[in-house]
Ligand binder design. Sequence first.
Ligand SMILES: *Cc1c(COP(=O)(O)O)cnc(C)c1O
Length: 725
Amino acid sequence: MGVLNASQLALKAARSYLSPFTTSKSWLSTRTSLLGDRNLLLMGPPGAGKTTVGRIVAQRLGLPVIDVDDDVLEETWKMPVSAKLAAVGGERFLEEEGKALCGFSASGCVVSLTGSNPLHAAAMRHVKQSGLVVYLDVDTEDIVRRLSRMKVNRIVGQEAGASMRKILRYRKQFYEKWLDVRVLCGTGDTVEEVAEKVLKAVERYQNPAGETYVSTRSGSKESSKHKTYFSDVVLEGLAPDGGLYVPKTGFPKLDTREWLRLAGMSYPERALALLEKCIHPIDIPAFDLREMVFKAYGENFASEAVAPVKHLIGNQYVQELFHGPTASFKDLALQLMPQLFAYCLPQMCNYLILVATSGDTGSAVLSGFSGLRDGDRHRTGVLVFFPEEGVSEIQKLQMTGYREGNAKAVSVLSDFDFCQRAIKRMFGESGLTGHLAVEYATVLSTANSINWARLLPQVVYHSSAYLDLFRDGVIKFGEPIDLCIPTGNFGNAMSALYAKQMGVPIRKVICASNHNRIITDFISTGECDLRGRTLIASHSPAIDILKSSNLERFIYHVSGGDGHLVRELFTRLDRDRYFRVSEPLLARMQQDVLAGWCSEDDCLAAIRSVHTQTGYVMDTHTAVAQTVAGRLQDGSCPVVVCSTAHYGKFAPAVLKALQSQNIPEDPLEQLKELGAAASRPETHRHMITHLEESGSQAHTVCPAEYGVLVEEVETMIQDSFLKVM
Ligand SMILES: *Cc1c(COP(=O)(O)O)cnc(C)c1O
């Protein structure tokens, strides 16, 4: 990124202001100066431990402590808080409490707020200016138990007879609104442990430079000079040296009590809690992240559970990742990623995302970006190129249904490779990119699966699968599970390995291939050999891939972050179409990952057999994984098969598997036929509606000429963004 705009400058300034101690090794010596003259404000429901934890934290930091109840309210009112509440009633009480807080000023203190302070907006705006708001997030049931033990039977708001639980739930929205940092308190955490978490959270907040990203191809020296933050990697995608970005210090680990908290949460709540740990709040503040996450995993998913886990056969479970708008697991990443992208965008630029697709990516990207808010849509567009003959009828209809506003797909009378190469060439032509920048203030970008913001959201559903099995009593917490994943670019598998790094007890990640078995051969032999290999069409086209781009991240991690090795291997792969890793490295890979492949016949047979036994219909990719899981998994623990697509998306092959007598030509007829044959899982209503709406209209078909594709790009920019005068 050449030019910095005002918001980026502000972000950089905030970072340097917040991290004046980055050269110091021991943070103990800097603990007291962490906050400067800012306050540390503890927020949370009554019974969360704000007062006690506040005292411990203040003592550790050597700071004065202020308890709003005792030191502000009682001082102001000259009477006990409970007397005031009894005298004036809840509504007046909140008003007067807010007024008292507005008149309060302090600096460099630890301040324990009251449980009801956050209900007063003006008061919270006032105190928030003075420091950092730390939310002690305690489970509602724990609070109810503590309050009954403390014999507290009345809190503000209860006059009208509402139950304690109801009030606590109502208040949560206010805590979620004002927090800067969440401290996730587990059942059984002692006050000392919570205080320690608070100190760690504050330290993290003050040190954004502790969470930077490096390229998988960077040497140890280069990486220390330049700092790359989350917002940079989201916009850049690929690192300048051709490598992929990974977090420099790995993934944060959650402790068991934190995981147990997550088990009681909904999918978006789990997503928020996990993503807050992985995205620094200076990059995306907690409240904004919350809005994005709840929008991403809301009504656009047909299942309220978002990614439910269901029992299949024996010790096999299936996680349904196809309830999003375009019916593949790519929605789990792509309903969120565009929002992250738009948030990180510089103010003055338009961005046009170019995508080449041979399958599910196109529709998922179009759906994700077309769902942006108006302000963001006006400066973020998507143009998808797909091969006219290279995608299924249903996939084509899914993509061409978008043709207005900021998202559009056009086809090319050539293959996927041509589309991919044309886009790469556009990025490389400074004449073109310069023209677009000057004429339309527009920058070109991509949204492919190497982008960190596509990988990160996938960590959530793997974690969620484990939590569901625990919640439903299938396993005790800590017992292992295996995951089996139909693998193409290794993105889904890589995010499972990241979930393991965060502490999810995943034993093996089992990668499943079809007859294009590059990954399987690599994991079994350590040889990545593309010489003389061509792709053979299959019933599971989304995993027909020669070069698995995210393998680069895997090798980087198992080699202990050896950027030189990664660079050497992947340079060799480009040059010779071959590399081989050492025996010790192969052994380390095999500790985490197994791999196997499934023939076309076995894939269809699995769909038929599972349907006969259980009534459940799998898509072809799921069937590949289910078959491989059956062969490689030893039965000693549950295995979760990732169902990456709804069977409707690959209707002709599934109908063939179910031995349907006459398979109709028309995709909508195929779906009807399938709907009649399958009782579980339910039909994908959103996909069908979308297909019905898009069916009748024509789409743009381009000849296989680079110049024509460039014209399409320019026309799209003219249609989407206002021309710069
Ligand atoms: C993209 C896709 C895959 C492959 O996922 P990777 O992350 O590239 O390994 C598998 N199944 C379906 C249905 C897909 O759309």
